[in-house]
Design a protein around this ligand. Structure first.
Ligand code: VLP
Length: 134
């Protein structure tokens, strides 16, 4: 039985988001705003099909995928770089590899108790975000 990510999740803490944004080349002004945000994620999971909407007072981002099926990701409103993404299961974790201009880019989601974790990776930087059920 894979983990159940369904639900509405609010950011409660984050580590090294600044480092991740720097690795992505996000400009100073945008980073100053982005690091103050408390985004909300709404995840819908039906078998191996997922939608993840991340919303905030500043920008929103939506992604839709099926496990194991590569898709074009535009990262619109984030760094706007296109990449080819694929999400797979690693036991109970969802692992996304984002192949493109940036090396070692991707993310991992997992649930621990009532918390949703998101590890964001780019080049040598790793940021961890923790969300709680709304
Ligand atoms: C861009 C980099 C902040 C910073 C400026 C905009 C959308 C997995 C995945 C969904 C993400 C999180 C994106 C963080 C990139 C910041 C606007 C923040 C709100 O989540 O849940 O594909 O990629």
């Amino acid at each position: 039985m894979p983990a159940d990510f369904n639900g509405t999740w609010n950011l409660v803490r984050s580590e090294n988001f600044e480092g991740y944004m720097l690795a992505l080349g996000i400009d100073f002004a945008t980073r100053k705003i982005a690091k103050m945000l408390k985004p909300q994620k709404v995840i819908k999971q039906e078998g191996d099909s997922f939608t993840i909407s991340t919303t905030s007072t500043f920008r929103n981002y939506f992604v839709q995928f099926k496990i194991g099926e590569e898709f074009e990701e535009d990262n619109k409103g984030l760094d706007n770089r296109k990449c080819k993404s694929v999400v797979t299961w690693d036991n109970e974790k969802l692992v996304c590899v984002q192949t493109g201009e940036k090396k070692n880019r991707g993310w991992t989601h997992w649930v621990e108790g009532d918390e949703l974790y998101l590890e964001l990776r780019c080049e040598g930087e790793v940021s961890t975000q923790v969300f709680k059920r709304a």
